[in-house]
Design a protein around this ligand. Structure first.
Ligand code: MG
Length: 378
């Protein structure tokens, strides 16, 4: 029996993780949940899965038919993350944004196996997380479909023989529009993703291609591959979830329908393909297309490589400026392309160079940048 903790449980990845638990009660049970702001759904989920410990975003007076430990706010989130009672504990981090970082740190220290959907954990603190994973000897497995694909392609292979990772990108909601056409794009336009149904932050990150930039950084840390060997490619069908090319020219790819249950299950059960509820991909008549992803069209992808080149605290600068800019766009405070301007301005500020890269500064600098940028436009 695997004992699950899910933070960000009511989001898209969290709810799909709960589907897998619901369908496999002899394999998984839920011990801890963090539930955000939707109290009605939160109550329903808690009554269904009866976790021992829960945390809500804000204080409330919900009561339950049993007596779980109940916490609130950032502190509550960390209480759930560090709670430790059983063997075989698995921590699913389905939070969005830098708020996912400290829960990962606490869960690693509690010796939980990590299934990571929260991208920002590795983007802002990749080196720190990697050394913690080593120190506490825990497993960290990606949930993101691209990294799940790469993991499947390199499992059993010799890393030295990898020529390059090829991360596919659907192109997001504006893939067929010119930069001129998206100048005045609204959030309603941007939130219509052609292939995947996801939360609003990641859908905007897909439209700017920052999501792909984050995935490049994640891949670098997850698989220990230098940035010079990580490429991205536009693949509008989202059938090939990513590829790995080896030194002899062989390319391995993972294909399947666009359903996040599959990579979630793979992370929970790595390396087993036990998930039963998936649809088969119909290969007959399938047309797959691959196109160049241009930095001119999608500067945010370039910004990610730039942050990687600058290194250290600049990973946090990249993420914080993006997080603030996306927040402002989703609240109608800035135009779509201003997201890029805001990030570029922060990334090219040499003032951050002198700041030492450590966990404390990653958090401090991130929240300073987010607060300042939000205030500037509100
Ligand atoms: Mg992805």
């Amino acid at each position: 029996m695997k004992n699950l903790y899910i933070v960000g449980a009511l989001g898209s990845i969290g709810m799909q993780t709960l589907d897998i638990v619901r369908n496999n009660p002899n394999e998984f049970r839920v011990i801890g949940l963090s539930l955000g702001r939707n109290l009605e759904l939160g109550k329903k989920i808690v009554e269904e899965f009866k976790p021992e410990i829960i945390s809500f975003r804000e204080k409330n007076d919900i009561s339950f038919s049993y007596n779980p430990k109940i916490y609130y706010g950032d502190e509550g989130l960390l209480e759930v993350s560090k709670y430790h009672k059983y063997e075989n504990e698995v921590f699913v981090n389905a939070l969005v944004g830098i708020s996912g970082l400290m829960p990962t740190v606490y869960a690693i220290k509690a010796k939980k196996e990590i299934c990571l959907s929260n991208k920002e954990t590795l983007v802002v603190a990749g080196d720190i997380i990697k050394s913690l994973v080593k120190e506490y000897d825990v497993k960290l497995t990606p949930i993101d479909s691209e990294h799940s694909a790469i993991l499947q392609c390199i499992n059993g292979e010799d890393k030295k023989e990898i020529k390059r990772l090829i991360i596919t990108a659907s192109g997001g909601s504006f893939r067929d529009k010119s930069r001129d056409e998206i100048k005045n794009a609204t959030k309603e336009d941007a939130l219509k993703h052609p292939n995947w149904k996801m939360g609003s932050k990641i859908t905007i990150d897909s439209a700017t291609m920052m999501n792909k930039g984050f995935e490049v950084i994640e891949a670098h840390y997850l698989f220990d591959i230098p940035y010079s060997k990580i490429d991205t490619i536009l693949h509008r069908e989202s059938i090939v979830h990513s590829m790995v090319e080896f030194n002899d020219g062989t390319i391995k790819a993972e294909l399947g329908v666009s359903d996040m249950h599959t990579p979630i299950s793979y992370a929970l059960r790595f390396p087993s393909h036990e998930y039963q509820e998936s649809k088969s991909l119909d290969l007959i008549g399938l047309n797959l297309h691959f196109e160049k992803l241009s930095y001119e069209r999608f500067p945010c992808l370039h910004f990610a490589y730039l942050a990687a080149k600058l290194g250290g605290i600049y990973y946090a600068v990249l993420n914080a400026s993006n997080e603030a800019a996306v927040y402002l766009f989703l609240n109608d405070k800035i135009k779509f392309l201003q997201i890029e301007d805001i990030i570029y301005k922060e990334l090219t500020n040499p003032a951050y160079e002198s700041i030492e890269y450590n966990l404390e500064n990653v958090i401090k600098v991130s929240y300073e940048i987010m607060d300042r940028i939000k205030k500037e436009y509100e």
